[in-house]
Design a protein around this ligand. Structure first.
Ligand SMILES: Cc1ncc(COP(=O)(O)O)c(C=O)c1O
Length: 380
């Protein structure tokens, strides 16, 4: 088996047969000539299949060690594709701490359509076991969670699901396939917002889904073609280009974030730091066992909304903005930004306070980022 970086550069990205082009061409054509009635080569219509998207999907499957990969026009449409496997009356056990947009999709779209949800604290696998009902069909979680950086034991969840005959879906956006491969732990479906680390340069919206099961692959393929939320050939090309440096970028994100998390942790002006790479993180041992390194995402408690405002306003290299995973550092205020659609009560329960700030640590020189953080802390 080739290593990760070799796979990232070569899987799905062999030189093109006609010209030898070493980068996959952007096939803009929406339709393909057919030989005669009922007879055509593999390609017929661009929503169904496109050679540039096919290359990106081959790459995705290889990176997540799955049997099939699917590209979507956003992370949300990849999540919708995963959830299309179930239907009205089915029960889902989902993590109680997840991206606000996913919670919005579950609560405002799927629930009114008749899908039932139980939201549990996934840090303890027993909570999942105890939430199982006769109509439970699927377990859904993120690890680490956004923004509290709580972990789910992937092996433990996969084991429960196997014993109970449940489908498992993990949003691996925060880690990327370089740092964590949920399918290796027995999870059946992995989803990504490719907008984040897979894209890595804050210039493409995309989604990805990889599965280890033929049965799911067939349903997802049917849904992808029927629903039609596919990315453009140009976006697939951008993602193919980005993924070649995924390993290098994730190393740099993780190295920078580790240094910054340690600095924040040792600073008395910071009430709390949430980063799985810190020995003080309650699930640090689990993190070491299922993640290659700890990623670029850090949350910190500044104590109040006023402090959060001062901190975010003072930073120079951490741009205030939604999203994460780009080479440039970003800072976000979950309460007013990414988690605005999570009810206040639930936010309180989870610790998503008005003083909580989330950093997406980029790959700039760490000395400059530390100087920036120091400026932010001085403003508190
Ligand atoms: C963890 C996570 N999953 C899914 C999504 C949704 O992805 P997209 O914005 O590409 O639709 C996001 C977006 O921020 C996210 O952070």
């Amino acid at each position: 088996m080739p290593g990760f970086n070799t796979t990232a550069i070569h899987a799905g990205q062999e030189p093109e047969k006609l010209t030898g082009a070493v980068t996959v061409p952007i096939y803009q054509s929406t339709t393909y000539a057919q030989q005669e009635l009922g007879e055509h080569v593999k390609y017929d219509y661009g929503r169904t299949i496109n050679p540039t998207r096919e290359a990106w999907e081959t790459s995705l499957a290889a990176l997540e060690n799955g049997i099939a990969g699917f590209a979507f026009s956003s992370g949300m449409s990849a999540i919708a594709a995963a959830m299309s496997i179930i239907g009205p009356g089915d029960h889902v056990i989902a993590g109680n701490d997840m991206y606000g947009g996913t919670y919005r999709y579950f609560s405002k779209i799927l629930e009114p359509l008749g899908v039932k949800f139980s939201y549990v604290d996934m840090r303890n696998p027993a909570n999942v076991q105890n939430a199982i009902k006769d109509n439970t069909r699927l377990i859904y979680c993120e690890t680490p969670t956004n923004p509290m950086m709580n972990l789910t034991d992937l092996g433990a969840i996969a084991k429960i699901a196997r014993e109970e005959g449940l489908i498992t879906v993990v949003d691996n956006t925060f880690m990327s396939p370089y740092l964590q491969n949920p399918l290796d732990f027995g999870i059946e479906i992995v989803v990504h917002s490719a907008t984040k680390y897979l894209g890595g340069h804050s210039d493409v919206i995309g989604g990805a889904l990889v599965t280890s099961k033929q049965e799911h692959a067939e349903k997802i393929k049917f849904y992808q073609n029927s629903y039609g939320a596919v990315p453009s050939p140009f976006d697939c090309w951008l993602l193919l280009r980005s993924v070649k440096t995924l390993g290098l970028r994730m190393r740099a994100h993780s190295d920078n974030a580790q240094v910054i998390a340690e600095r924040l942790h040792s600073d008395p002006r910071v009430a709390k730091v949430f980063y799985p790479g810190l020995a003080s993180h309650p699930q640090h041992e689990l993190a070491k066992s299922q993640m290659k390194a700890f990623g670029g995402m850090i949350s910190l408690e500044t104590g109040s909304i006023d402090n959060a405002k001062k901190f975010t306003k003072t930073l120079r290299y951490f741009t205030l903005g939604e999203s994460l995973g780009g080479v440039e550092s970003l800072v976000c205020h979950p309460v007013t930004m990414t988690h605005g659609s999570v009810p206040e009560e639930r936010r309180k329960e989870l610790g998503i306070t008005p003083g909580l700030v989330r950093l997406s640590v980029g790959v700039e020189d760490v000395e400059d980022l530390l100087e920036d953080i120091e400026r932010g802390l001085e403003a508190l």
